[in-house]
Design a protein around this ligand. Structure first.
Ligand code: SAM
Length: 195
């Protein structure tokens, strides 16, 4: 069965993901997956804090260029500055952590959504600084279940709950390449845009 035209996520506050603690070499693949998950599941941008990694930037920007949308990649910004700037411009910060309020068993998501403000999602890698749990940094500490797993899965589930699944049918503007969903086989459409 072929899908009808996907709907964009309209009138939604924007979500940006901040990835803290990236370790060069060791985390390249996982950090790339965190960024691509953010993009594919409705976030507007990704900040790789405190460190530069040209390889990840290239991969993410290349995918955004081919597959469309307006996903912003930023790197090297010190985490304190990124959070300070975000909060100063009216956004809230949600720290995804195994120790937080349970996404399913509490009303934390309802509280976040009721604020109707742009959200910065903070995800770690190695053990995060203790300050992350404080109200100076995070407005909410949210656990995607109180069992340890991964920044990638925590992010994916949070975004899906936040956007209520609509992100899965989101269209990406100016995509050069687009998949035609099918029961079987593969079909891809290509689009050419004049500059
Ligand atoms: N051992 C580290 C610590 O104590 O902070 C956490 C390592 S975990 C592999 C990396 C990141 O995945 C965490 O910083 C958090 O953002 C995310 N994460 C893992 N499990 C999670 C959960 N159940 N709920 C929310 N986020 C989770």
């Amino acid at each position: 069965m072929e899908n009808s035209k996907p709907t964009p996520l309209v009138n939604q506050p924007k979500i940006v993901v901040l990835r803290w603690g990236h370790r060069p070499q060791r985390d390249v693949r996982l950090t790339t997956h965190v960024a691509l998950t953010a993009r594919a599941l409705g976030a507007s941008g990704f900040i790789l804090s405190d460190i530069q990694d040209q390889h990840i930037e290239e991969t993410v920007n290349k995918i955004s260029k081919r597959w469309g949308g307006d996903f912003r990649f930023e790197m090297g910004t010190p985490w304190k500055k990124a959070i300070y700037d975000w909060r100063s411009s009216g956004g809230i910060v949600v720290h995804l952590t195994v120790y937080g309020e349970n996404l399913q068993a509490s009303d934390v998501l309802a509280k976040i959504k009721a604020l109707n403000r742009d959200v910065m999602l903070l995800v770690g890698s190695q053990k995060v600084p203790g300050e992350f749990y404080s109200e100076e940094v995070s407005d909410f500490n949210v656990a995607v279940g109180n069992q340890p797993h991964s920044e990638c899965s925590a992010l994916a589930i949070f975004l899906d709950r936040y956007f209520e699944g609509k992100e899965l049918a989101k269209s990406f503007e100016k995509a050069k390449i687009e998949i035609v969903p099918k029961e079987r086989g593969k079909e891809i459409k290509t689009h050419v845009f004049s500059k």
